[in-house]
Each structure stands twice: as structure tokens, then as C-alpha cells.
Design a protein around this ligand. Structure first.
Ligand code: PCA
Length: 212
């Protein structure tokens, strides 16, 4: 059976939980449109997160890769449009490293666009009544690091030919503070994002505001 790889991060920055990891655990083992969903945990650590992700790509050879992470302060599922070649950490990662103004990939391109059809996913999520937005920045911490690393891998590693992927941020859970989204809604939203990505080859072109 073809598979979809969905990753989440371990808790970081003093938070007791990470909703991305909880959502991924809940999706693990399910089937979406004939694809088995493999949920996996990435460490919130520069460098090591990419080593784990590369090993997962080699092991599972997924059709689609959906990386997810927590974005405190955001109220909506954020469909990230662009990954940039910068590590610039405001806080230490879970191994104590805090790189400032270093490239994710030495001599790599400045940025990669997502491989996900973000406008089509936005429309599908809003149609389902789930708060969603297209985001123009995934930040410069470990999520952007993994997002850029994933897109670089998909673009440059022949073993990853035909794979598509990208990253989405999810809000805090209600118990972490506000703004927040309930876990059931996050999981439903990620499932819709997977379905839409699997069935949409070419993204729709519509101004985000016109989709509300
Ligand atoms: N969010 C962080 C890293 C891990 C996570 O879940 C980020 O947005 O970079």
C-alpha cells in the first residue's frame, strides 16, 4: 500500500505538550484514500530532526510528506508557503543549541516553495468550517529548518523522485493558552489536508481572502 508520512515534534520551549505530536499519533495507522498514514516523531533539535526525517524518507518512501509543528500565538491551521535557508533561533532547541544566522543547507538556494496545494487545502478546510490560513513564514526555528531540509531533499535527492511535501503549523491546545484549537479539529484538519494534497495535482489560484 502507498503511504503518507506525517511528522510532529516533541514538546519544546517549556511547554508540557506539543499538539503536532498528539495529532500525528492519532493519525498513525489510519488510511486516507488508499494510503496508509505513518505518524512519526521528530526531535525539536537542529540537525538531528533532519537526520531522523531523512531516515524516515528512505525507510517508507512516502507518496506525500506532511510535516507539522506547533505555532503558539496562531489561531488557525497555518499552511506554510515558503521555507527559507536560515536558522535563527530565539530560544535553545531541545539539545541546547541556538544557531543564529546560519544556513540550513550550505550554498543552498535562498528558499523553496511548498509542494502542497496550499490554496486548495485552504478552501477545503474553510469549507469544512476549520479555521485556516496561508502563512508566508514558518519562522526561523526548527520547523522552518525541517521544512527547508525536506524541500531540499525532495528537490535534490534522486531517491525522493516523485515525492511531494510541505509543512503546516497548528495552534496551541486549549490547555496551553489562547488562541487555541481543539485536538479533534486539528486531526480532522490534517486529514482533510492529506486528502486534498493526494487529489490535487495543480493548486487552485485564488486570493486567500476570496475563499472565506
Ligand atoms: N514548533 C517549532 C519547532 C517545533 C514545533 O513544534 C517551530 O515552529 O519552529
Amino acid at each position: 500500500m502507498p503511504c503518507v508520512l506525517v511528522t510532529g515534534f516533541d514538546p519544546f520551549g517549556g511547554q508540557p505538550v506539543n499538539p503536532s505530536l498528539q495529532a500525528v499519533r492519532s493519525l498513525h495507522g489510519s488510511t486516507v484514500l488508499g494510503h496508509q498514514v505513518i505518524g512519526a516523531e521528530l526531535p525539536t533539535v537542529f540537525g538531528q530532526s533532519m537526520q531522523v526525517l531523512r531516515a524516515l524518507l528512505r525507510q517508507h518512501r512516502p507518496t506525500l510528506v506532511l510535516c507539522t509543528g506547533q505555532a503558539g500565538g496562531r489561531a488557525a491551521i497555518s499552511l506554510e508557503r515558503v521555507a527559507i535557508n536560515v536558522n535563527d533561533a530565539r530560544i535553545p532547541d531541545n539539545a541546547g543549541a541556538q544557531p543564529v544566522d546560519t544556513p540550513v543547507v550550505e550554498h543552498g538556494p535562498a528558499a523553496y516553495f511548498t509542494g502542497l496545494p496550499v490554496k486548495a487545502i485552504l478552501q477545503a478546510l474553510l469549507d469544512a468550517g476549520i479555521n485556516a490560513e496561508v502563512s508566508q513564514t514558518a519562522g526561523t526555528f526548527v520547523c522552518n529548518h525541517v521544512f527547508y531540509g525536506l524541500m531540499h531533499e525532495l528537490a535534490s535527492n534522486p531517491e525522493c523522485g516523485g515525492m511531494r511535501g510541505g509543512l503546516v503549523h497548528v495552534p496551541w491546545l486549549p490547555e496551553q493558552g489562547q488562541p487555541s484549537m481543539r485536538m479533534a479539529e486539528v486531526v480532522a484538519g490534517l486529514r482533510i489536508a492529506i486528502e486534498c494534497a493526494l487529489t490535487t495535482r495543480h493548486d487552485i489560484r485564488k486570493q486567500a481572502g476570496a475563499l472565506n
